[in-house]
Design a protein around this ligand. Structure first.
Ligand code: BGC
Length: 730
């Protein structure tokens, strides 16, 4: 590779090298405020390295042909896209995927996504997004794996392995891009594109693990974040992109900016386009997404001595090496097989995978009197704006799919119930009462609006004919994802009012919750007997939800993000530090303690929480010894019994607390878990083995190690309901 790339670069002019650093948006699929056109002209002039946001293998193949047949250097193009939870076969949104706690599910999703994307000409995926998020106001919480760095790191690894497969050897193994490096999930006040300000200690202990895990898993590219890190835009932050990423972590791939983020350094008040380009390049950025700052300004910067040719060469080399590793120099058409496009996209097999995986991601939040699963012989009123909203099932960031091919929940339930009971349907309400509010909420996926009063009347008529009501409510797809921050986290007004009316009928109500983020569900929890959170489950949502509603599959998902009682609790996360005067948690307000006058500190639904149709009983936790010896092991075991009425999967969780440490440590941190399938009546001993690796953290000097002394170990079915024992680490 070295010799090949050096030979190639020897023949390149400075401008041609800069062309390799320039990534425009194709503009078919819009994701930002700035557009670039005229791709083919730019290819002929060797001014671009590739592009993104173009759909269709024929179009892409033709552009690749121009690049490798009609240009002097014949350098193949790289073609990117955001295929973050499927290409045309859409899987649940990543936040939902993380609630499976199942890296096998991630593997199934990423393999299907990579297969379909690559069959349609895409060889570079702007995924995984691994930003830890503790603030549900931020819409992009939907794109990540929730609030926990340990689980986030596991997921990050699984995504990278899934997309890249065996080092991108096969034509359905594509380049992954971990993003948004770094800390984007800590956007202040949950407002997108906002600032971030964070201590090194918090970065290292709470936020960096998933990016690092992706690097260790061999991710080939990294996308820098929009936000500031230590006051310097991540795009041009040398400490971040060179010292940490390359020198400390040994990353050897390429770094691309986020969309127009070199350009946006001007709005930060840091640098205009030329200076920003210089700073970004020198900091370790290799590729400029959309700004065209590198191509337009770096030649003159070179002449003026602001950068050296070695700076340009370094970036160019990394881009060419990446293309080399992908096998594009051997076969530029590797990902442009038009026959594959016919046969490998949105296939019955892929859809089956998506349906099965989707069922694993639902979280059963409440199920009073075992209302769920429902009998198919009943008369069911399916009511709510998400009941027949085919175009909303796939959730945010699914620009490449064809929603008209998807089935709605109503389709899924009708088919499932064929020859049995009946399902009656009414839309019941708009998303919001006000049209303006709704316009902002529905984004790319508009829903037909009806008259507020009429919708409610129809819903009540339909409800009157039924034995049970299934209310399909919540956010619509584009209320989460990029640029979808909220300051209120309740169900939107019209839907909340509808739900109250439905509950008033006295009939049993199941709330099927559609959401891309934690919502505030106080009223719902107090008044609705069953709540099943289905997130946005993808193209097969309709059938997958019906499967779980009727008990063909048993919910096993557990929350990877805390559900608050009030927006005012944000940021809210289970692995917080102890306050100097911790809340005694006695349910009353205690003056001069760290609590609120008007609300508990606790989440409504904690991290790790999720019910099943069956029940799991935990025996007493046992420790192999009271001491974890130096370089030794400590066994922690617990017997779990399926004591309920059906087979099911339980996720057994282990948390640790370092009781006294150099640096204040979280009240608990997830360190291990097991997903176990237990037949009805079956019991199993779950054994965890702790080593000193599990005790380590970054100290005030950022050294990674542990402090001998007392630790608490907790085991349970979620982060709140745990048994605790103590051991000593030598
Ligand atoms: C987003 C990225 C995305 C990029 C390209 C940006 O607006 O922040 O996550 O990969 O657009 O579509």
């Amino acid at each position: 590779m070295d010799g090949f790339v050096t030979g190639l670069m020897d023949r390149m002019t400075v401008r041609e090298k800069l062309g390799q650093l320039n990534l425009p948006s194709g503009g078919d699929l819009v994701t930002g405020t700035v557009m670039n056109g005229e791709l083919t002209e730019m290819i002929r002039k060797q001014e671009i390295t590739g592009f993104f946001n173009v759909k269709g293998v024929r179009k892409i193949r033709e552009m690749q042909r121009i690049a490798v047949e009609e240009t002097r250097l014949k350098i193949p193009l790289i073609v990117g896209a955001d295929v973050i939870h499927g290409y045309e076969t859409i899987f649940p949104i990543p936040l939902a995927m993380s609630c499976s706690w199942d890296t096998v599910a991630i593997r199934r999703m990423t393999r299907v996504a990579a297969t379909e994307a690559s069959a349609d000409g895409i060889c570079w995926n702007f995924s995984p997004m691994v930003d830890i998020c503790r603030d549900a106001r931020w819409g992009r919480i939907a794109e990540g794996n929730g609030e926990d760095p340990y689980l986030g790191a596991l997921m990050a690894r699984a995504y990278v392995h899934g997309y890249q497969g065996d080092a991108m050897k096969a034509n359905n193994e594509i380049l992954a891009c971990v993003k948004h490096f770094a800390l984007y999930g800590a956007s202040e006040a949950g407002r997108d594109y906002n600032t971030v300000d964070m201590s090194r200690l918090s970065m290292y202990n709470n936020y960096l693990a998933p990016y690092k895990a992706a690097v260790e898993a061999g991710v080939g590219s990294v996308m820098s974040a929009f936000n500031l890190v230590d006051g310097i835009p991540a795009t041009a932050n040398k400490w971040l992109l060179t010292n940490l990423l390359r020198n400390e972590w040994g990353f050897g791939g390429m770094v691309v900016t986020d969309y127009y983020s070199i350009g946006e350094m001007k709005t930060y008040g840091v640098a205009d386009k030329k200076e920003a380009s210089v700073l970004a390049l020198k900091a370790g950025t290799d590729m400029d997404m959309v700004t065209v700052g590198f191509l337009d300004t770096l030649e003159s910067a070179l002449e003026e001595g602001l950068i050296s040719e070695a700076d340009i060469d370094r970036a160019c080399r990394r881009v060419l090496e990446t293309k080399y590793r992908m096998g594009l120099f051997d076969d530029p058409y590797k990902y442009c097989d038009t026959v594959r496009a016919e046969k490998e996209i949105f296939t019955p097999e892929h859809r089956k995978e998506a349906r099965e995986v989707a069922r694993e991601t639902f979280v059963l939040m409440k199920n009073e009197g075992s209302l769920l699963p429902l009998s198919m012989d009943k008369k069911i009123a399916l009511i709510g704006p998400m009941a027949d909203a085919r175009n909303n099932m796939c959730g945010m960031w699914s620009l490449t799919c064809v929603p008209s091919d998807h089935r709605s929940l109503l389709d899924g339930m009708r088919d499932a119930m064929k020859g049995r009971g009946e399902v009656f349907h009414a839309k019941g309400s708009n998303i919001y009462y006000e049209e303006e509010m709704e316009k902002g909420a529905v984004g790319f996926r508009p829903l037909e609006r009806g008259d507020n009063g009429k919708l409610l009347r129809e819903a009540l008529q339909v409800a009157a004919r039924a034995d049970v009501i299934v209310a399909a409510l919540g956010e619509c797809a584009d209320m989460s994802g990029e640029s979808a921050s909220r300051t209120e986290l309740e169900l939107p007004d019209a839907q909340q009012a509808l739900l109250k009316e439905l509950v008033k009928t006295g009939k049993p109500v199941v709330l099927l919750l559609f959401t891309g983020r934690p919502l505030v569900l106080n009223w719902e929890t107090a008044h609705v007997p069953a709540i099943l959170n289905v997130w946005f489950a993808g193209s097969e949502a309709g059938d997958a939800i019906a499967d779980v509603l009727f008990g063909h599959a048993v919910p096993a998902g557990k929350l990877t993000t805390s559900f608050p009682r009030a927006v005012g609790q944000m940021p809210l996360y289970y692995n917080h530090l102890s306050a100097s005067r911790p809340d005694p948690q006695d349910g009353v307000f205690n003056r001069y303690q760290s609590n609120y006058i008007d609300q508990s500190n606790e989440p409504l639904y904690p991290f790790g929480f999720g019910l099943s149709y069956t029940a799991f009983e935990y025996g007493d936790m046992r420790l192999g010894s009271e001491c974890l010896p130096k370089n030794g092991e400590l066994a922690v075991s617990v017997e779990v019994t399926n004591s309920g009425t059906c087979d099911g999967t339980e996720i057994v969780q282990l948390y640790l607390r370092d009781v006294m440490a150099e640096v204040a440590r979280p009240v608990k941190e997830l360190k291990a878990f097991r997903r176990i399938f237990l037949k009805k009546g079956e019991k199993r001993e779950v054994v965890f083995t702790l080593t000193e690796e599990d005790l380590k953290y970054y100290h005030s000097d950022l050294q990674y190690g542990y402090d001998p002394g007392e630790f608490q170990v907790m085991v349970g079915s979620n982060s709140r309901d745990v048994q605790t024992k103590v051991f000593k680490a030598e």
